[in-house]
Write a protein that binds this ligand. Sequence first.
Ligand code: 1HN
Length: 366
Amino acid sequence: MPNEAQTDFETTASSEKEAQLLRSLYADFESASLTPLWTQREGLMPMRPEPAAVPAVWRWSTLYPLAQRAGELVPVGRGGERRAIALRNPAIPDEPYATPTLWAAIQYLGPWEEAPSHRHTQTAFRFVIEGEGVWTNVEGDAIAMCRGDLLLTPSWHFHEHHNSTGQPMAWIDGLDIPLVKQLDAGFFEFGPDEMSTHATPARSRNEMLWGHPGLTPIGARAETRSTLAAYRWIHTDRALSEQLELELAGHPVTVEPGHAAVRYTDPASGADALRTIRTEFHRLRAGTVTRTSRTVGSSVWQVFDGEGTVTLGDRREVVTRGDLFAVPSWVPFTIEATSSFDAFRFSDEPVYEALGLARTDLQPRT
Ligand code: 1HN
């Protein structure tokens, strides 16, 4: 579709002859598959990010019953691989993406069900909002999934899930599917049809090796990243409550007054637990209002406990346990904690940092 710059020439051309020459120049650009920058600059180089995504909210009270119905009607198995239902940003047409870089889904596994083994270059994690009884086997290491736990599936690791109880279980999956698609870096491979193990250990091998604060196993010292794949709620919860306790005792250790936060990191490198996805947990004291911030890149939050009001650009929403929301790039964002407020957050920031594109703007308190 010709834009103004392209059609303007007919009026700006100094003669009919020049107008004709310009018309034929643009026609020749078109047939040679060429586009002159001066007709496209604003779309290609906006003054600031113009994300395709809009702020979006998904309610747990909507998600869970739908996942439950899918559990009754839709089998899980080879081919489809997972009973995962993606959170689709209403402004991204035809793609099941929460943001332009992040995939988020609710996954549901019924009593005794299994989700078969495969691997892909997309990076994944699971975060558990409620329930238990599923073990995710990552490269044959069986990892229990319980409320508040973060479980990692790094790129190109074989993984499968098995529900070893008579109760259904649902959780949240986060992946970098849209990013990897845009980068044309996706590979996928099916694993064996049989589960690698039906073991249900309380502690996985990766935790036995790496799950000890400040203690690096010397036998594994040559590795640049650990194999730690389970971050347990008991540790997250204690870290946050002790930050707030220290703050009360006069130590300025929180992100801002009344706002404690932790980032899940790899114990060997200190870097983000996953290479392309940042994972964090935030706890706000009742009554805390965060400073308004905007960040390049997008994030998805899930309320773990409590209630708050989030402001996402012009949109204000009350969110409560299990609700998810997407924060697009450079949208001003604030949380007001109505009660004590716990939330899990994931974002694409490691990618922006690696590329020198990270930028955050924190507005002063008014
Ligand atoms: C996948 O492998 C999982 O392993 C979840 O649980 C969601 C979405 C698209 C492609 C692969 C999983 C997925 C996925």
